[in-house]
Design a protein around this ligand. Structure first.
Ligand code: SAH
Length: 264
């Protein structure tokens, strides 16, 4: 099948969220967001034609890429010969990354496929023990949400869960016109740096459950949205249950989880 010339451009496929970045300065700036402290492996999700990959390959790290699109993979194989053994042609969401990383730490980076943004963050959180750092581009609204603090209109499940384990920084905004084809929205680049002590003083699985349940109906008080947890009358009297989820900091969600754990 490979009778294509090396510079044949990949045709953008909408269902794969393909918006190729065509601004080298922005690509380099995104690659530079990784701090590369105390780990060597970097995994780029969705390299496409490698605009970001090119700058990662110049750094003092070992770059792997995972790409679902065969046409992009063929392009990379033809144009980045040294990368070839570290091109994984798989769906990031389904692939067992330990087939490659074997329990070792790795950072994640990408100009991510926006159609699966949330799932990318959730999979990262599940694998947080191996992922000290995560940076890259989402649609602006998603990047802002992940980094926002309590009280903000966009504060939600992703903000609380990501910030429970990582320090989140919104870095810069990227306009649609540097992509081909241009997306309908602005994009935002962020960095998540895992906290030095990222273990929570409560049951972590239960914490995820509580946060998700609290935000199911974000206009309601916790007393209402957490009904299914069978709160005792004693606990219900605690003023925290009169609040709405967006009023609770990460620390308050941890305390809430502890209260529920200890409710007899
Ligand atoms: N990084 C490139 C491409 C960004 S577009 C650039 O900046 O130009 C998003 C890329 O993610 C596409 O190449 C798309 O094929 C890939 N992709 C989409 N879903 C994926 C998945 N589930 N797993 C791995 N890659 C995926």
């Amino acid at each position: 099948m490979s009778n294509k010339s090396n510079n044949h451009q990949v045709k953008a496929k909408k269902h794969l969220g393909q918006h190729f970045l065509n601004d080298e300065t922005v690509a380099e700036k995104i690659a530079d967001t990784l701090l590369l402290k105390d780990y060597k492996n970097v995994l780029e999700i969705g390299p496409g034609m490698g605009v970001l990959t090119k700058y990662l390959l110049k750094k003092d790290c070992t770059t792997y890429v995972i790409e679902i699109d065969t046409e992009s993979v063929e392009y990379l194989q033809a144009n980045y010969l040294n990368l070839a053994p570290r091109i994984i042609e798989k769906d990031f969401l389904k692939y067992d990354l330990n087939e490659v990383f074997n329990q070792e730490p790795f950072a994640i980076i990408g100009n991510f496929p926006y159609n699966i943004s949330t799932q990318i963050v959730f999979k990262t959180l599940e694998m947080r023990d191996q992922i000290p750092e995560f940076s890259g581009m989402f649609q602006k609204e998603v990047a802002q949400r992940i980094c926002s603090k309590e009280g903000s209109k966009v504060y939600g499940i992703l903000s609380v869960l990501a910030q429970a384990f990582y320090d989140a920084e919104y870095l810069f905004t990227v306009p649609p016109n540097v992509f081909n084809p241009p997306p309908k929205v602005d994009s935002g680049v962020l960095r998540l740096t895992r906290k030095a002590d990222y273990s929570l003083p409560c049951d972590e699985k239960f914490f995820f459950k509580v946060v998700k349940a609290a935000f199911q109906q974000r206009r309601k008080t916790l007393r209402n949205s957490l009904k299914t947890f069978n709160l005792s009358d004693n606990l219900k009297a605690n003023s925290i249950f009169g609040k709405r989820p967006e009023q609770l900091s990460v620390q308050a969600f941890i305390e809430l989880t502890q209260l529920l754990e200890n409710d007899a």
